[in-house]
Design a protein around this ligand. Structure first.
Ligand SMILES: O=c1ccn([C@H]2C[C@H](O)[C@@H](COP(=O)(O)OP(=O)(O)OP(=O)(O)O)O2)c(=O)[nH]1
Ligand SMILES: [Mg+2]
Length: 149
């Protein structure tokens, strides 16, 4: 059973004219593939906020996560540096994809090429309530490999 779709308003920016909108590649894909609005070459070790050519207005209570494409990561070492990137519901600037080239070869991004995927998600907001003591647990302060390798 699939959950109902939410609607996200999208405004094309001038340099985004003619590009395909973010779209699901398969029937049950979790992410909508997003394409680059620019040609850019990423040298090995370089990073760049790649333009998408659009801005969005996400409904309150949701975010959009910007996630890498595994094919680019595995074949070329190209990933989203800040994965998962967070698009806030109140952000009205251009959506950008912060690509990093962790591979050994320069990587050419072409306008219209799929560079990442957008995953809308519900957001749980919280307020921190300061206390003097926390409740005790079996784990306690153990972490960072405390249960073994
Ligand atoms: O991959 C990303 C990550 C962020 N953003 C935009 C939308 C997001 O709402 C805004 C701020 O992102 P974030 O909170 O991650 O960055 P920050 O460094 O905390 O900047 P700010 O002080 O503007 O919140 O930047 C993108 O376009 N792509
Ligand atoms: Mg922030």
């Amino acid at each position: 059973m699939s959950s109902p779709e939410i609607s996200i308003s999208l405004k094309r920016l001038d340099h985004g004219a003619g590009l395909p909108l973010p779209a699901y590649a398969t029937a049950h894909a979790a992410g909508l593939d997003v394409v680059s609005a620019e040609d850019v070459t990423l040298a090995p070790g370089a990073r760049h906020a790649v333009a998408t050519g659009f801005a969005i207005a996400i409904p309150e209570g949701y975010e959009v996560q910007v996630r890498p494409r595994s094919g680019l990561a595995l074949k070329h070492g190209v990933t989203c540096l800040n994965t998962p990137g967070t698009i806030d519901a109140d952000y009205r600037g251009e959506v950008k994809v912060i690509l990093a080239n962790l591979g050994a070869e320069p990587f050419e991004v072409k306008r219209g090429e799929r560079i990442a995927q957008l995953v809308p998600a519900a957001v749980q907001r919280a307020a921190f309530a300061e206390v003097k003591e926390l409740d005790e647990t079996a784990r306690g302060a153990g972490g960072f490999g405390s249960t073994g390798r």
